[in-house]
Design a binder for this molecule. Structure first.
Ligand code: FEO
Ligand code: CA
Ligand code: CA
Ligand code: CA
Length: 603
C-alpha cells in the first residue's frame, strides 16, 4: 500500500499519536479497511474556476454577495455605481465575504441562516478597483459588511432564500449593539458619541462563529484593526494599540469617517474585537457584545456544556504567536428555563492555554486571567478585570501562555472528549516548541486536547497532534512533509474552518496559498476535506474556484444538505468569474451541496 511504503521510506515517520497509550501508535496501518465514516470517493486537487464535489453529489449556489434579502432591493449591479441609492440598497442584500454561518431550524422545511460578512474586496467593488477611496465608497463598504440573517425554504430543487421573511435582517457597521460584561462602561470604552461606554455601533470583520444551545448566534470580530487609521501621522500608539495591530494607515481607508480615525476617536477600536451574541428569532433584538470572553482577533467560538451545566467557550486568536482561550460561565445552562440562559456569557472565568511536551504530544494547562491573580496586578498595568478584558493579549503574555501558529477554528467532538483547533500557519516562526514544531511553518497543523475525564472545567489537559499539513512530494525528508495521514492525494495547506457534523465526521476547510507552485505544488485551489477522527484518514471533498477560500459550514436539520461558504473568488483580480461566468464580477457565494440519491452528506 502506498501509505505503508511512504511510512517505510520516511526517515522521520511521524506517526499518529494516541492519547490513551503510552507509546505512539500508527492508527492507519490496520483500520482503513472496513471503516465507513467517509463514504465518498475523494476528488483530485483542482485549479479550475468552479466548485467541484465528489461523484454522486451536486452543488449549486444559494446566495451571492449583493443578492436581495428584500423584494425592494435591486440585484447586484455590474455597473458598480456608487451613490446614495446603491449605498442604501447594499444594506438590503447579502453582504460580502461570506464566512462563518449557523443554521437555526424553524420547521422541517424552513430555517434561518445567520452568516458573517467578514470584509470587502475594494478591487472588485469599485470601477477604479478601490485605488482611491471617498466617503461614499466607505459608506458602501460599511453597509456591505457585518452579518446577514435570512430565512431559507426547501423547494423542489434545493433551498431558496425567502425574500421579506420577518427574520430577514442585515447587521452592518452601523447597527447599535449593547456592550455587556466586565468591560461595559470602563473609561477606555467611552467615546464622544457614547459617554457611558455601553452602546457600540456595528460589528466588524466578522470571521467565524458559534451557536449556543439556547438558540443564539455568536459572531466573532477578528481583524478590526484593518478598519482604523489616524489622520495624525504622529499619533503615539500605546503598547496595547500596537499589539492589536493598529497603525496610521488603515487597510480600507475608513478613517475618512471620523469614527474610525484614532486621532479623533482613540477609544473606538476598544469597542471591537469581541464576540457578539445575536437572537436570530427576533429581527428587532439588539446584538450584545460579550466582553467577558475577552478582546482579541476572535476566530470562532466552540461552545461545550460541562457535566455540571457551565458554558465552556473555546476560542482562538488568529495572529502569529497569539493564543488559545477558554471561558467558563459562572451560571449554568438550563434547557427548561430560557430566561436564565440569556446572559450566561456575561459572567465567568477566562483562561489561556499553555502547552508542554515533546514528539507532538504532551500536557497543558489553562491559566486564569483574573484580576489580582497570576501577576495581573497594578504594577503590570492591570487595575481591574475590565483592563484584562480589553487588553487580553497583554494579560495572556504576562501569565506565560504558549504563542501558537495562528489559532483559527476550534471544534469539539460529539462526546466532548477531544477539542480540535486549526493552527493555520506561521511563516515567521523562528523557534519551535512541541505544539508548534516547525520554523517557517507554511503548512499549518491541527492540534487537539482532551480535558481530563471529559471534564471541561479542569484546568489540566493532555494534547496531541491530529495532523501536520505538509507536502510529502516536495519535502519527503523533513517535518514539512506532514504527518503520515497526509499523502500526495489529499495534501493541502493552511487548515482554517473546522467543524464536526452530527455523525462525527470532521470537516476541514482551507485558506491558504493557491498558487499550486513550489512548496504548494499538487495542492491546487483551496479546498474542503473530511477526516475520520478515529483513524486519521483524510479525503478531499470539495475544491474551490480561483483565488477563493473555503470558509463557513452548516447542515440542514436532516443532514441531507450542506451549506459551504466560498469566500472572495477572484480576490486581487485573479481571473475568476465565479459563480456566474462570462465577464461577470466574481462574488462570494454560499453553495448548497446534496447527494443525488438524497442521502446523508458524507455517508
Ligand atoms: Fe477570518 Fe482567521 O480568519
Ligand atoms: Ca478563518
Ligand atoms: Ca485564515
Ligand atoms: Ca477569510
Amino acid at each position: 500500500m502506498q501509505r505503508r511504503d511512504f511510512l517505510k521510506a520516511s526517515s522521520l515517520a511521524l506517526s499518529y499519536v494516541g492519547f490513551f497509550t503510552a507509546a505512539p501508535i500508527n492508527a492507519f496501518g490496520t483500520s482503513l479497511k472496513g471503516q465507513n465514516l467517509l463514504g465518498f470517493k475523494a476528488i483530485s486537487a483542482s485549479t479550475k474556476d468552479e466548485v467541484i464535489v465528489p461523484s454522486g453529489y451536486e452543488v449549486k449556489p444559494l446566495i451571492s454577495f449583493g443578492d436581495p434579502l428584500f423584494s425592494n432591493a435591486t440585484p447586484f449591479d455590474e455597473s458598480k455605481t456608487i451613490n446614495a441609492t446603491s449605498i442604501a440598497n447594499i444594506a438590503k442584500t447579502f453582504g460580502d465575504n461570506t464566512d462563518g454561518m449557523s443554521l437555526f431550524p424553524l420547521d422541517d422545511e424552513r430555517a434561518i441562516l445567520c452568516v458573517n460578512n467578514e470584509y470587502i474586496n475594494p478591487e472588485l467593488l469599485f470601477n477604479d478597483n478601490g485605488k482611491t477611496m471617498d466617503e461614499q465608497k466607505v459608506a458602501y463598504e460599511q453597509n456591505a459588511v457585518g452579518v446577514s440573517i435570512f430565512e431559507i425554504k426547501q423547494g423542489q430543487n434545493g433551498f431558496e432564500v425567502v425574500l421579506d421573511s420577518p427574520y430577514n435582517r442585515r447587521i452592518t457597521a452601523h447597527t447599535p449593539m449593547q456592550i455587556s460584561g466586565g468591560a461595559k462602561g470602563h473609561k477606555s470604552m467611552r467615546t464622544k458619541a457614547d459617554k457611558k461606554g455601553e452602546l457600540a455601533l456595528g460589528t466588524l470583520n466578522n470571521c467565524a462563529n458559534g451557536q449556543t444551545p439556547w438558540g443564539t448566534y455568536l459572531t466573532c470580530e477578528e481583524n478590526f484593526d484593518d478598519f482604523f487609521g489616524s489622520s495624525d501621522a504622529n499619533y503615539k500608539f500605546t503598547e496595547s494599540e500596537k499589539r492589536y495591530g493598529l497603525g496610521v494607515k488603515s487597510t480600507y481607508g475608513w478613517e475618512l469617517d471620523s469614527r474610525f480615525d484614532l486621532a479623533k476617536n482613540p477609544n473606538e477600536p476598544n469597542r471591537f474585537g469581541f464576540i457578539v451574541e445575536i437572537d436570530p428569532y427576533d429581527a428587532n433584538s439588539t446584538p450584545i457584545k460579550r466582553t467577558a470572553l475577552g478582546r482579541f482577533k476572535h476566530e470562532n467560538v466552540e461552545i461545550v456544556i460541562s457535566k455540571e451545566g457551565n458554558v465552556v467557550a473555546y476560542m482562538g486568536d488568529d495572529e502569529i504567536n497569539e493564543f488559545l482561550y477558554k471561558f467558563v460561565s459562572k451560571g449554568k445552562f438550563d434547557p427548561n428555563n430560557p430566561k436564565n440562559n440569556k446572559n450566561l456569557l456575561d459572567e465567568g472565568t477566562l483562561y489561556v492555554a499553555k502547552f508542554e511536551g515533546e514528539n507532538l504530544s504532551g500536557k497543558g494547562e489553562w491559566i486564569e486571567l483574573s484580576y489580582g491573580k497570576n501577576n495581573l496586578v497594578a504594577k503590570n498595568g492591570f487595575h481591574s478585570q475590565a483592563d484584562i478584558l480589553i487588553n487580553t493579549r497583554l494579560a495572556a503574555s504576562i501569565v506565560g501562555a504558549t504563542p501558537m501558529d495562528r489559532p483559527e477554528w476550534i471544534a469539539a467532538d460529539l462526546k466532548g472528549e477531544f477539542v480540535y483547533a486549526t493552527l493555520t500557519n506561521n511563516k515567521k516562526r523562528e523557534s519551535t516548541d512541541a505544539a508548534n514544531p516547525r520554523v517557517k511553518n507554511i503548512y499549518g497543523q491541527i492540534i487537539r486536547w482532551s480535558p481530563k475525564k471529559n471534564n471541561h472545567l479542569d484546568t489540566k489537559f493532555e494534547w496531541d497532534m491530529f495532523l501536520l499539513a505538509g507536502n510529502p512530494t516536495k519535502h519527503p525528508n523533513s517535518l514539512h512533509k506532514g504527518t503520515s495521514n497526509i499523502t500526495k492525494d489529499n495534501m493541502f495547506n493552511s487548515p482554517d474552518g473546522l467543524k464536526f457534523d452530527k455523525f462525527g465526521r470532521l470537516w476541514i476547510q482551507t485558506d491558504g496559498d493557491y498558487s499550486n507552485k513550489g512548496d504548494y505544488e499538487g495542492m491546487g485551489n483551496n479546498q474542503m476535506l473530511c477526516a475520520d477522527p478515529a483513524t486519521g484518514e483524510i479525503r478531499r471533498f470539495l475544491t474551490a474556484p480561483i483565488a477563493a477560500e473555503v470558509t463557513g459550514l452548516a447542515f440542514s436539520s436532516d443532514h441531507k444538505t450542506m451549506f459551504v461558504g466560498i469566500q472572495h473568488p477572484g480576490e486581487k483580480l485573479a481571473p475568476s468569474h465565479y459563480p456566474n461566468g462570462g465577464n461577470s464580477t466574481p462574488r462570494s457565494t454560499i453553495v448548497q451541496i446534496r447527494k443525488k440519491d438524497g442521502g446523508i452528506i458524507g455517508s
